[in-house]
Design a protein around this ligand. Structure first.
Ligand code: SF4
Length: 501
């Protein structure tokens, strides 16, 4: 039987709730974090403390230990579980530990790229991405473990590909098993509204917590430089906050007021709750909650205050999509070859190739030659890294291994105007999106791509494909199909009319 979980109960009953983020960084003493947890447990409306893991790419306290101790002090934890340096077996062990401890709430994230890895240029390990992690949690839930799964989404993306992909990926996360979503931080009511419109248009009634960050001068400065990845503060907002902190009260009342106003706005827009970050002192959280309630009726007017966005930024329902990029010769050629030789469909051709690769497989030297030949062909064309589990066909011929996090189901939340958070290059998912757009098959990007089989590294993906050793889309039956969810949840109201500010 499921035990009491105020977070789950609030979200399933539609009661507006608050989750407060506790950053378990090494800079904060664990005892201090727990003292904060005990105080937050006494604040009406606060249903959980969200314990970060690897925030900003730096190792902190063990979130499971902090979460367990916070629960002993009366605050229900929501543990951030990331894919950073964690393989599937490691993720499974963490989930088993959480289940063993009776911790139900999990925020499943890809995670920030480890800082020390960027500095040393070492290879970070991302065997799973957030969609695959959610799917794993869902599989464990089907085996009887009780989990309540949160997914992250950032509506605050102002480049067309980033913006579209965030929403496509959210749909994948929901299809994989996410129960609710939490937004990344941003100060733009139009983007908060855009996400709600999107979900309602798709018939998805997944509850969403709006991120309300109590922005200090220091945090605003860092975020104006795009740190941590995915967080962005507009120059106008930075300037305003810099003015506020010059006051004798160091700008505290102004930032608490801003947070309360933002809570009122997200509540008015139909968000299920607020995810409070940047401030965890109980008396301040209590003040924000009370003040937000008193402002509830003014949310439409207050929404106009949150208009921090880059000039010319992309809005899904307002901007005109750019003309599709011209696809290169290689994707065009591969599409043509795929049409002439449909190896997945043509039974005779497939049987022939299976026979050939069975023959190859029995001869290690020949197999090695095939593997080297494949690599020599694919390395210059796609940046192939011989993972042995090729999904080029599902990713518009863009190799997922060229993403520093090796993601297979879409970009992480760290992109900034189409640029990668780790290396100075365009995010690989921009090209995936552009090629799909040029072929009018963006819908196909919703397909779930399972994690690669790491045991296949350094082997021929052609052999693995024909001998059915690899993990590829459609190989396993999807747990939930987007279409089924969408049809099961009928949109009973005109979404745009609800959320128009
Ligand atoms: S997905 Fe794997 S096999 Fe395919 S190109 Fe990329 S590294 Fe090579």
């Amino acid at each position: 039987m499921a035990t009491a979980n105020p977070l789950r109960e609030a979200l399933t009953s539609g009661k507006f709730c608050y989750v407060v983020e506790l950053v378990a960084s090494r800079l904060t003493r664990e005892a201090k974090l727990l003292e904060v947890a005990s105080q937050l447990a006494t604040v009406p409306g606060v249903v959980a403390g969200s314990i970060t893991s690897y925030a900003g790419g730096a190792m902190g306290h063990d979130p499971i230990r902090v979460g367990t101790a916070a629960r002993a002090r009366g605050l229900i934890p929501n543990i951030h579980v990331t894919c950073v340096n964690r393989d599937r077996a490691g993720a499974q062990r963490t989930l088993e530990d959480l289940h063993g401890l009776g911790i139900e709430n999990i925020l499943a994230l890809t995670g920030d790229f480890p800082k020390e890895t960027v500095e040393t240029k070492a290879q970070a390990k991302f065997e799973l991405d957030s969609v695959q992690l959610i799917r794993l949690i869902q599989e464990m839930r089907e085996k009887g473990m009780s989990f309540w799964i949160a997914a992250a989404v950032s509506p605050f993306k102002y480049a067309e590909a980033d913006c579209n992909y965030q929403y496509l990926k959210l749909e994948k996360k929901i299809a994989a098993g996410a129960d609710y979503a939490i937004t990344q931080l941003g100060f733009d009511a139009r983007k908060f509204r855009e996400l709600k419109v999107y979900l309602l248009e798709k018939g998805l009634k997944t509850p969403v917590l709006g991120n309300v960050y109590v922005l200090s001068g220091k945090a605003a400065e860092k975020m104006s430089r795009g740190e941590p990845p995915g967080c962005w503060v507009a120059p106008e907002l930075l300037e305003r906050i810099q003015q506020e902190v010059k006051a004798a009260d160091k700008g505290l009342p102004a930032r608490l007021e801003r947070a309360a106003r933002m809570v009122a706005v997200v509540r008015g827009l139909g968000y299920a709750g607020a995810y409070l970050g940047g401030e965890h002192r109980a008396e301040h959280v209590r003040w924000i909650i009370r003040r937000a309630e008193s402002l509830a009726d003014r949310w439409r007017e207050l929404a106009d205050e949150f208009n921090y966005r880059p000039r010319g930024g992309f809005f899904l329902y307002e901007s005109t999509p750019a003309k599709p990029r011209k696809r290169g010769r290689i994707p065009r050629l591969l599409d043509t070859l795929g049409r002439i030789f449909p190896v997945a469909r043509d039974a005779a051709l497939r049987r022939l190739l299976i026979g050939v690769f069975q023959w190859v497989d029995k001869r290690p030297r020949v197999e090695r030659l095939v593997e080297r030949g494949e690599f020599l062909l694919k390395a210059p064309l796609f940046g192939c890294q011989a993972c042995g589990n090729c999904v080029l066909g599902a990713m518009e011929y863009v190799c997922p291994q060229t993403c520093p996090k090796n993601l297979r189901n879409g970009p992480c939340g760290g992109t900034l105007l189409g640029r990668c958070e780790v290396v100075d290059q365009e995010c690989i998912w921009v090209e995936v999106y552009e090629r799909a757009k040029a072929m009018q098959r963006v819908e196909s990007l919703r397909e779930y791509i399972p994690p690669r089989n790491p045991a296949l590294q350094g082997t021929s993906s052609w052999v693995n494909y024909f001998l059915d050793r690899d993990n590829r889309p459609g190989k396993k039956v999807a747990l939930h199909r987007i279409e089924e969810i969408a049809s099961a949840r009928s949109a009973d109201r005109d979404p745009k009319s609800i959320v128009r500010g």
